[in-house]
Every structure is written in structure tokens, then in C-alpha cells.
Design a protein. Structure first.
Length: 203
């Protein structure tokens, strides 16, 4: 007879650089495959709403991710918009390009419906980039005190408020940058290896 054993999965990330200490643009970056659980289309709609409420918004939305099941809907929605220079769609980038997007943006966005560890959030925090993320259990469990949250089923205003706070209130941007960077430093790969090794000894 096989026994089902529920074990925690420990994850980690290495912090390689010093923390950025200010936003270098008002760009928002999202790193997600075009799958339904990543909810890319939701972010596009929220960004469109941001531009409607703030017509002179100078920042871009940079979407980085491989094609998936939601790609046809994403492309159809983009074609319906009269926005050619403020939404950047990239299927892939080099590691150095990704690093530049993290370090040159206002915030990273994640609108996932469900997640595990969500590495792009931790990658952003390892650079000191604040994050605006969906209020789902996995995000709350790890990022409760180091991210701004928005409800997926509410109006877009909550998301817009989070973006505008980071754009206008330096103290909030800096507090989240520090909190996220500290979290990334606490969840190191060495910790991950130690926790997994300790767990295997108990099995």
C-alpha cells in the first residue's frame, strides 16, 4: 500500500546585486506565460483603465512571456486598442534584458488566479522592485507585508490606486522596496537546500 505524504516545498532565490533605491521610470513589468491562470488579459484591461483615468501617464506596460492558451484573446484585445507605444509584448528576453526591466521599472505586476512560489515576484524583490499582486492565498502567505494587493473580482480602481501610490509617494515605494529585498535575502537558495535536506532526513 502506498502512503500519501504531504510535504512542504521550500523555494529560494539568490540576491546578487544591491537594492535599487528609486524608480527609474513609471513602467510596469509583468512576467507571465499566456496561460489563463496567469491572467495577463486582466492586467491589460487594468492598464487601459489607468490610461483612461490618467491620459498623460508616461509609463509603459511591458508584458514578457511565451505564448499560451490565452494568446489569441490577448492579441485580439491588443488589436482593439489604439495604443501602439505604451504596451510592449515580448515572447522572450535575455537575462540581462530581464534584469534591466526589473531595475528600470516602477513595479512588477502579477494578477495570477493561482500560484505556487511565483518566481518573478521574488526575482523583482531581489532587485528591490516593489510588486503589485493579486490577493490570492499563495501570494498572501509569502508576501503579505511586502507587496501591494488588489482583488481580482473588484473594480479596477484598487489596482490603479496601488500604481498611483507607488508613482507619487516615495515613502511607500521605498518601504516596499526594502521589505521585498529583505524577504528575498531571507529566502535564499542555501536556506532552500538546508530545508530540503533536513526534510529528506525525516522521511
Amino acid at each position: 500500500m502506498l502512503l500519501a505524504i504531504s510535504l512542504p516545498i521550500y523555494n529560494g532565490i539568490d540576491v546578487m546585486r544591491s537594492r535599487i533605491n528609486r524608480p527609474r521610470s513609471l513602467d510596469l513589468v509583468m512576467v507571465a506565460r499566456h496561460d489563463y491562470n496567469k491572467n495577463v488579459l486582466s492586467v491589460l484591461r487594468r492598464f487601459k483603465y489607468l490610461l483612461e483615468k490618467t491620459p498623460d501617464w508616461p509609463g509603459r506596460l511591458i508584458l514578457i512571456g511565451k505564448k499560451g492558451r490565452q494568446t489569441p484573446e490577448i492579441l485580439k484585445y491588443l488589436a482593439s486598442l489604439n495604443i501602439t507605444d505604451q504596451i510592449i509584448l515580448k515572447s522572450s528576453v535575455t537575462q540581462s534584458e530581464l534584469l534591466s526591466f526589473y531595475r528600470d521599472s516602477l513595479a512588477l505586476v502579477s494578477a495570477s488566479l493561482m500560484e505556487g512560489f511565483d518566481y518573478p515576484i521574488m526575482e523583482a524583490k531581489a532587485e528591490g522592485l516593489p510588486t503589485i499582486i493579486s490577493n490570492i492565498p499563495a501570494h498572501q502567505e509569502i508576501h503579505a507585508s511586502s507587496s501591494l494587493f488588489f482583488e481580482l473580482n473588484h473594480s479596477h480602481d484598487e489596482f490603479i490606486d496601488a500604481v498611483q501610490k507607488l508613482a507619487t509617494l516615495n515613502s511607500i515605494w521605498n518601504d516596499l522596496s526594502i521589505a521585498g529585498y529583505d524577504l528575498a535575502n531571507a529566502l535564499t537558495l542555501n536556506r532552500q537546500n538546508y530545508k530540503i535536506a533536513s526534510l529528506l532526513k525525516k522521511v
